[in-house]
Design a protein around this ligand. Structure first.
Ligand SMILES: Nc1ncnc2c1ncn2[C@@H]1O[C@H](COP(=O)(O)OP(=O)(O)OP(=O)(O)O)[C@@H](O)[C@H]1O
Length: 283
């Protein structure tokens, strides 16, 4: 018994040590620092579990770029995940997807550099700016989002993480970012990707199909629609079907996207046609 406690204790101690070491080795770089003698940091954009993303200036041409750096404390795994992301992005060429500009390693770190999309994520639009979206605006944005998603599918991949923090709105136009969970059609969710996800519902173990992204678009639509939802005082929380008073055509489209009715076997093209029909009803 004592021995087990001792072993458990030493494992805990090692974990704490790794955590502290991680905090130190992964600490963000300061503004103004230059990476690979080319990219000067303007600001830290975000710190994920496997990488840090900075807004940088490319000193060769003055362009703003998003530079993602692997975390050294996560060793080979974070570099491998970045390489995977670069492999997918290399194949994508779409106006609503940032271009991949550079991939390199420097010291023990790997980097990918993409076009910087100056705008706001839809998550920030809703939760920081408090914007409310009408049914029509939500469906229009979902329709716009479908274009880059369809392009990813045509290249033989799924995005795997179509959510409001990964959609940037720039001058009214949506852009899809963060291909860190993208995988080939038919590919199961690899353990290294699973570890990167916060929560993995069981069906994610299934081989990737376009329907994964279409379901995510269903959840994306729900988030957007709830931005305008005002609960009546004292009313118990209920299902979205009861809370959101939607046009019947949109209600049905959402049920199909969320797997409550037969889905869109014709993939993004079929959904695009359905979105056009729903928009006509929302004139
Ligand atoms: N090309 C880009 N243009 C503008 N902002 C970007 C771009 N790429 C990433 N960002 C921003 O940088 C931050 C972190 O980016 P990203 O989501 O790619 O990192 P991540 O490590 O994959 O994060 P997470 O683990 O939370 O998914 C986010 O706020 C995101 O909006």
């Amino acid at each position: 018994m004592d021995q087990e406690a001792g072993v458990g204790g030493s494992v805990e101690l090692r974990r704490s040590f790794q955590r502290v070491l991680g905090l130190w080795t992964d600490r963000p770089r300061r503004e103004g620092a230059t990476i690979a003698e080319r990219y000067t940091i303007q600001e830290l954009l975000g710190m994920g579990s496997y990488g840090l993303t900075y807004l940088c200036t490319d000193d060769q041409n003055g362009r703003e770029v998003a530079l993602k750096e692997s975390k050294p404390s996560k060793g080979r795994l974070s570099a491998h995940l970045l390489e995977r992301e670069a492999d997918v992005m290399r194949r994508l060429h779409h106006p609503a997807i940032p271009d991949l500009l550079d991939v390199f390693t420097s010291g023990r770190r790997s980097y990918i550099v993409t076009e910087y999309i100056r705008g706001q994520t839809l998550e920030d639009c809703i939760f920081e700016q408090g914007l409310r979206y009408t049914e029509r605006e939500c469906v229009e944005l979902a329709g716009q989002l479908l274009a880059p998603v369809a392009h990813v599918h045509e290249q033989g991949y799924i995005h795997g993480d179509v959510r409001i923090p990964n959609v940037i709105l720039r001058e009214g136009t949506v852009h899809l970012i963060d291909f860190g969970l993208a995988r080939r059609l038919g590919e199961p969710l690899l353990p290294e990707l699973k570890r990167r996800m916060r929560e993995v519902p069981e069906p994610e173990d299934e081989p990737a199909t376009p329907d994964h992204d279409l379901q995510d678009i269903g959840h994306f639509l729900l988030f957007m629609l709830y931005s305008a939802y005002e609960p009546e005082k004292g009313r118990e929380p209920a299902s979205w079907q009861e809370e959101l008073k939607l046009t019947p055509e949109l209600h049905q489209m959402l049920e199909r996207l969320l797997g409550l009715r037969p889905g869109y076997e014709g993939g993004a093209m079929e959904l695009q046609a359905e979105i056009k029909k729903v928009l006509l009803k929302l004139q």
